[in-house]
Design a protein around this ligand. Structure first.
Ligand SMILES: Nc1ncnc2c1ncn2[C@@H]1O[C@H](COP(=O)(O)OP(=O)(O)OP(=O)(O)O)[C@@H](O)[C@H]1O
Ligand SMILES: [Mg+2]
Length: 267
């Protein structure tokens, strides 16, 4: 096996990148070997999967930052379950751009760090911060596919084009295998008129890119951040929306579709 690397991103905060990447990883791990990589210094994916909130104390010197600098994630992997593993992060990941400059690392640094474990996993899932920073660029440079998160808001709508441009740049500058798996609507109240309108706008402008699955805003999904994935009586309800999404994602990633035109240009 050679892992498919999938980044969840958008340069707008609070659009469910962490929630969606964490749930996707958990669901994939029911059948596959999955490694999660937390590329956001907020460490939300780390806390989401481990239940640990003292990320600076517990994971000091044991994070994606050190893994990237060592160009090998192997000794930074934390086991969540047999099939679900994690490279954690904490606030020190903010120093990534400085460390890259000092140690003369290029945009392929994360790709190099993942290379030693690619044949140990079916999927590697990367959560990114809400910024077009080195953290996001390194993630895209190491990925096969990217899921563009969209909460249906006007602010996020204007982030999509810019994010797709960065994806295209990563593709042109060395990662020719990168494809956009799609745009995932999340945190959606389908009864709200503006959300229905936005679905039409996205379909018109990005033709086939939208995932058919729409992730609704759900209290049980929000509470996963509190109760976690284990011994949670609400788990089934919390994950329900994501089951068809993960099926779609697997199909799209397997195809590795999306031409340059589909990825970057509006219809
Ligand atoms: N489907 C959902 N239903 C209800 N609440 C959700 C859903 N998805 C995410 N949330 C909640 O929305 C908030 C933002 O989600 P999350 O932290 O995953 O976004 P993010 O894009 O990772 O944010 P950031 O940009 O800060 O990294 C959280 O409180 C989360 O619990
Ligand atoms: Mg997040």
């Amino acid at each position: 096996m050679v892992a498919k690397v999938i980044t969840f991103g958008i340069s707008k905060g609070g659009c469910s990148k962490t929630t969606s990447s964490g749930i996707t990883a958990y669901l994939l791990s029911q059948e596959h070997k999955v490694l999660c990589l937390d590329m956001d210094g907020q460490g939300n994916l780390t806390s989401f999967l481990t239940g640990e909130f003292d990320i600076c104390g517990v994971y000091e010197g044991k994070t994606t930052l050190e893994a990237i600098m060592d160009e090998d994630v192997s000794s930074y992997i934390v086991q969540i379950t047999d099939n679900l593993h994690l490279v954690p992060s904490n606030d020190y990941l903010a120093s990534l751009p400085r460390r890259m400059f000092e140690e003369k690392k290029g945009t392929s640094a994360l790709s190099k760090a993942l290379a030693p474990v690619l044949n140990q996993y079916d999927y590697i899932i990367i959560d990114t911060p809400p910024a077009l920073s080195e953290h996001t660029i390194l993630s895209l440079s190491a990925s096969d596919s990217v899921v563009v998160m969209f909460d249906g808001s006007q602010f996020c709508y204007y982030a999509i084009d810019k994010f797709l441009e960065i994806c295209e740049a990563a593709k042109q500058k060395g990662n020719s295998k990168l494809s956009v798996a799609g745009i995932l609507f999340s945190l959606i109240d389908i009864r709200a008129k503006e959300n229905k309108d936005m679905i039409e706008v996205i379909d018109e402008e990005y033709s086939t890119l939208r995932f058919n699955t729409i992730i609704r805003r759900k209290a049980t999904t929000r509470r996963l951040g509190i109760y976690g994935f284990f011994d949670n009586p609400e788990l089934k309800d919390a994950l329900e929306n994501y089951i068809p999404f993960v099926k779609e994602l697997k199909e799209r990633v397997a195809k590795g579709q999306n031409s340059k035109e589909e990825t970057t240009s509006r219809a």
